[in-house]
Write a protein that binds this ligand. Structure first.
Ligand code: NAP
Length: 477
């Protein structure tokens, strides 16, 4: 179903599409497939709702967002199962993601009360200079399938808190969690037109958003390739853009690190969501003197990884999203092995028995990786962990930065000076220091270079939904 102007609707064309469970191949649901006409209706609704919504007090908007958060909190279990069915992540991870999604709603409900302007000392005695912060207007949001709920509220919550209205297109693989968010907004009594959901054809729905002069801002999370195309398209109507794009995270393990903790961190960061997160470790660099020991610890710990249907207890690696994702992971392994890497565990698809109908891929660790291999410069987006080695701190930094991406990076060391020295030289938006899980609602999330522009999260994440308006007054003295 589409949610436009406060109503649940079928697509104007009557078209639908199926959502499939990547663990079983079964159809989980059939949903409306929106197109240009539906998107234009949503834009019109968002435009009509903008004036009244932007004039509400911050406290009124707070109430709607808090209610939405509370409704989602109460439904955590049922939505977690739905997420596992539509995209495969283990249900415990889905629960964690819903917690993060709710954190964004809670955080921005409050942050909306702190949108402050400025007064500026004037250049003449009879002048007064003021700066107002105002919502940018109608926002178009586009989200990926790998975090089907948190990526939505990370955009929706700051947009609504700032006084913007929004239309959102969720990924076609995962429209069901999105529908749950909009059900919660509806139940919370959010006025009609303030938040609209148009799932469906990417080219038509996003195309209509990009073409519309009414949509003043585009916020996108997804691949770098599509992000670049949207930036190009945004030029015609000069929209504000924020882009949360691909990553290629380096994970640096220095010889003074606690190797056991570093291996736990590498595994958590790499194999969460079957390696399908933008902040997933894509390259593990280990100082040569400890590389063999680290690889052995990693290989030993990998024995406790359980692959399977995310609904089953004990499973910590679910299926991959589709055939294409598995093919890319396999291509990276084959290329690495052909160029001299050794497979320490895993190595390819799992197809026997319970795995027969799903997109299961064995968690894989490779040693002897080098910068000639594809895996060193392309985002794998799958459960493959290549181990590279380095001799010196300077070399580690140079190798870590040798990529067009710049989202997350990780350092494991006990040396406090090194923590700062290395973190300051890494060309990344996020540095986890002895911490493989840095994402929280109150901190800025985002990348540099081809990983994107703008930040989501914390006080930084609301900036992109606000304009400055300068008032210059002459008064009688
Ligand atoms: P994607 O293929 O770029 O899709 C993302 C969204 O864009 C989906 O809603 C998709 O719709 C839509 N889309 C696809 N092609 C489009 C086009 N030509 N024009 C307009 N819209 C289009 O990315 P994905 O495979 O879903 O997600 C994986 C990528 O997202 C990875 O690169 C990952 O690193 C990145 N990511 C980044 C962050 C971050 O915060 N930086 C977070 C999560 C993921 P359909 O589903 O209908 O095709």
């Amino acid at each position: 179903m589409l949610y436009i102007n406060g109503e649940w609707r079928d697509a104007a064309s009557g078209k639908t599409f199926d959502v499939k469970n990547p663990a079983t191949g079964e159809v989980v649901a059939t949903v409306a497939k929106g197109s240009t006409a539906d998107t234009e209706a949503a834009i019109e609704a968002a435009q009509a709702a903008f004036g009244p919504w932007s004039r509400l007090t911050a406290k009124e908007r707070y109430t709607y967002l808090k209610k939405t958060a509370d409704i989602l909190r109460a439904r955590t279990e049922e939505i977690a199962e739905l997420i596992t069915r539509e995209m495969g992540k283990p249900v415990a991870e889905a629960r964690g993601e819903i917690g993060l999604a709710i954190d964004y709603l809670d955080w921005y409900a409050e942050e909306g009360k702190r949108i402050y302007g400025d007064t500026i000392p004037a250049s003449a005695p009879n002048k007064r200079l003021l700066v107002l912060r105002q919502p940018v207007g109608v926002v178009g949001a586009i989200t990926p399938w790998n975090f089907p709920i948190a990526m939505i509220t990370r955009k929706l919550a700051p947009a609504l808190a700032a006084g913007c209205t929004i239309l959102l297109k969720a990924a076609s693989a995962t429209p069901l969690a999105a529908i749950e968010v909009f059900k919660a907004l509806h139940e919370a009594g959010v006025p009609k037109g303030v938040a609209n959901l148009v799932n469906g054809s990417a080219s038509e729905v996003v195309g209509a958003m990009m073409a519309s002069p009414v949509v003043r801002k585009i916020t996108f999370t997804g691949s770098t390739e599509v992000g670049k195309e949207l930036v190009r398209q945004s030029a015609d109507t000069m929209k504000k853009v924020s882009m949360e794009l691909g990553g290629h995270a380096p994970f640096l393990v220095f010889e003074d690190a606690d190797l056991d903790k570093a291996a736990d961190g590498a595994i958590a960061s790499k194999f969460r969501n079957a390696g399908q997160t933008c902040v997933c470790t894509n390259r593990i660099y280990v100082q040569k003197s400890v590389a063999e020991r680290f690889s052995a610890i990693m290989a030993e710990k990998m024995k406790s990884m359980v692959v399977g249907n995310g609904l089953e207890s004990g499973v910590n690696v679910g299926p991959m999203i589709d055939e294409g994702a598995m093919a890319k992971a396999q291509e990276h392994i084959d290329d690495a092995v052909a160029k001299g890497a050794t497979i320490l565990c895993g190595g390819g698809r799992l197809t026997e028995g319970a795995f027969a109908n799903g997109n299961f891929f064995a968690p894989t660790v490779l040693s002897g990786a080098t910068h000639e291999m594809k895996i060193s410069y392309e985002e794998t987006f799958g459960p493959v962990a290549p181990i590279f080695t380095f001799e010196t701190e300077a070399e580690a930094i140079q190798l870590a930065n040798a990529t067009v991406f710049g989202l997350a990076s990780y350092i494991f060391t006990k040396d406090g000076s090194r923590m700062f020295r290395v973190a300051e030289q890494l060309d990344y938006g996020i540095v986890g220091i002895n911490d493989a899980m840095p994402t929280v609602a109150q901190a800025p999330f985002g990348g540099v270079k081809e990983s994107g522009v703008g930040r989501e999260g914390g006080k930084y994440g609301i900036e992109d939904y606000l304009d400055y308006k300068f008032l210059s007054l002459q008064i009688e003295l």
